[in-house]
Design a protein around this ligand. Structure first.
Ligand SMILES: [Zn+2]
Length: 525
């Protein structure tokens, strides 16, 4: 801890890597650093702002920062502040070398996003942790550099960019070809880093679409559209006519989900939402992929798993959310609690829907819960739990279809041609051979639709029920396909329960919607 009364002379360091990274990023760093400096009441002796300086450039070679590290000006500061480690350096070697140098000089490094950094740099154990932390960005950088490199190489093999804003991760660039300007797209280092952060959150940390969305908005990560505005020399965001200020475009869960599952991130060209197949019968690649195939599969599996919970999230307070439905309109029933004369009453109810011609139904929740438990254990208790496992698909049907279409088109072209010569014939044969080879290759690949496969666990439903809390039980009911419908409580059939006849067969797609219906009268009988 720092001694009281000691004057803290602080040097702020801000950095952006390239012109494509926006200048607002500098403004954000500046704002954060100054805000914190004001909060801590320190003396800011200077601000070293390095623009267009990559994170791999050693700190001593940064035009603005370097003088502050020289013997002449070193005495002016005793703490160096940055917003995050990335701004300090993307190279583990540079980070560690700088840490040792600062120790020698008796200076501290403060990283706002990593409050432990300052203490960790002072002990050997802490420095081991720092080194591990700095390896993250370093490794990432190697990969990012490899991917961004050699856009030139790509150009020769690929086709041009037709215009419009490329998918987040890519930027258009122009070159002169035969005296004319041509546009292609390439990966952008800054956006690629964001994409990999998103993937890390989804696949490694286990964050949700909404968590990733919040993180993007909180850090004011610019959207593809706002970046395009900056490239065009305009301010990012939309003008709010009331305040006269530009408001950055916000990320939504839908855009995040769409982006992370978009095959354009594999560098494929798309048209009207479909991947275009090239003349060699393979998806037409127009840029380097943002993720390699393993990373992509991992990301897709994580996205699929999130989509399921995405839809089941909204009504947490309802202990039977996803199990109780209205029999009139099929909407999910809501759970409500009422206090009357010191007693609590709970209901599952549908408030009715004029559009769906439902007059609304209600059932006593305590009673319904009891019926559900009894029925579930009686009907399924002895059976072993069926677990759904999501299997990412291996589906080449669309691609195969497109290759077949190409072959037909090619044949039609030949049929139509009037002056077909030997050269045409040779070219035709070559293209046809390539397409047929691709077709046969695709036919041989396993065609498996992405979807759920069922597995029986060792545990029975009764055992799982007894071990679980309310939420685990709710999930168990959902996974067993158990459904409770609220009917009319003025009649003899105030509710009904549906259970799949053979869940295993249903999940594997061998049987369809064969349900067993249980009514109150069946219980009596
Ligand atoms: Zn209803």
């Amino acid at each position: 801890m720092r001694a009281m009364g000691h004057i803290r002379n602080v040097l702020l360091h801000e950095r952006i890597s390239s012109d494509t990274e926006t200048s607002t990023s500098i403004e954000r760093q500046d704002e954060k650093l100054h805000q914190r400096a004001a909060e801590d009441g320190v003396n800011v002796v200077g601000v070293a702002v390095d623009r267009s300086v990559s994170g791999e450039v050693d700190l001593y070679r940064r035009p603005e920062l370097a003088p502050w590290l020289s013997e002449e000006y070193r005495g002016d500061w005793n703490e160096l502040w940055v917003t995050n480690q990335d701004r300090l350096s993307r190279s583990d070697i540079h980070v560690m070398a700088f840490v040792f140098r600062c120790l020698e000089w008796g200076k501290e490094i403060v990283i706002l996003d990593d409050p432990e950094f300052t203490q960790q740099m002072k002990t050997p154990e802490g420095r081991v942790i720092l080194h591990a932390k700095s390896l993250g960005p370093a490794k990432e950088l190697e990969r990012i550099k490899a991917r961004c490199a050699d856009a030139h190489e790509w150009r020769r093999k690929t086709t041009r960019w037709p215009g419009g804003i490329p998918t987040f991760g890519y930027v258009p660039y122009k070159v002169m070809e035969d005296g004319k300007s041509a546009t292609y797209i390439k990966l952008d280092e800054d956006m690629l880093t964001v994409l990999h952060d998103m993937k890390h959150r989804m696949a490694v940390i286990g964050d949700t679409f909404s968590g990733v969305t919040m993180w993007l908005n909180k850090n004011q990560v610019l959207t593809a559209r706002d970046r395009a505005r900056i490239r065009a020399g305009k301010p990012p965001g939309r003008l709010n006519k009331g305040t006269g200020e530009y408001v950055l475009e916000r990320w939504s869960e839908t855009t995040v989900a769409e982006l992370l599952t978009n095959e354009a991130l594999l560098g494929y060209k798309k048209h009207k939402g479909e991947v275009i197949i090239g003349s060699d019968g393979k998806p037409l690649k127009i840029a380097e992929a943002a993720f390699d195939s393993d990373e992509w599969d991992e990301l897709q599996a994580a996205c699929q798993a999130r989509r399921i919970t995405f839809q089941r999230r909204t009504n947490r307070a309802n202990p039977k959310y996803g199990v109780v439905f209205c029999g009139g309109c099929r909407k999910g029933g809501t759970h409500s609690q009422v206090k009357w004369k010191d007693r609590h009453y709970r209901y599952y109810r549908c408030n009715g829907s004029h559009a769906l011609r439902c007059e609304g139904h209600t059932v006593d929740a305590a009673e319904a819960d009891k019926v559900m438990e009894e029925t579930f254990l009686r009907e399924l208790g002895h059976e072993r739990v069926v677990k759904r496992v999501f299997q990412p698909g291996e589906d080449h049907t669309k691609e195969l279809e497109q290759v077949r279409k190409h072959i037909k088109r090619l044949q039609a072209e030949k049929d139509r041609a009037k002056d077909w010569d030997e050269e045409d014939e040779a070219e035709y044969e070559e293209r046809l051979d390539a397409l047929r080879a691709r077709r046969n290759e695709l036919k041989k690949l396993p065609q498996r639709k992405a979807g759920w496969v069922a597995q029986r666990l060792k545990t029975t439903y009764r055992e799982a029920w007894e071990q679980g809390d309310d939420n685990a039980r709710r999930k168990l009911l959902i996974s067993a396909g158990f459904r409770f419908e609220i009917l009319d409580n003025r009649t003899e059939v105030p509710w009904m329960i549906q259970i799949p006849m053979d869940l295993l067969a249903e999940i594997s797609g061998e049987a369809r919607d064969s349900t067993r219906v249980i009514l109150p009268c069946t219980l009596v009988a």
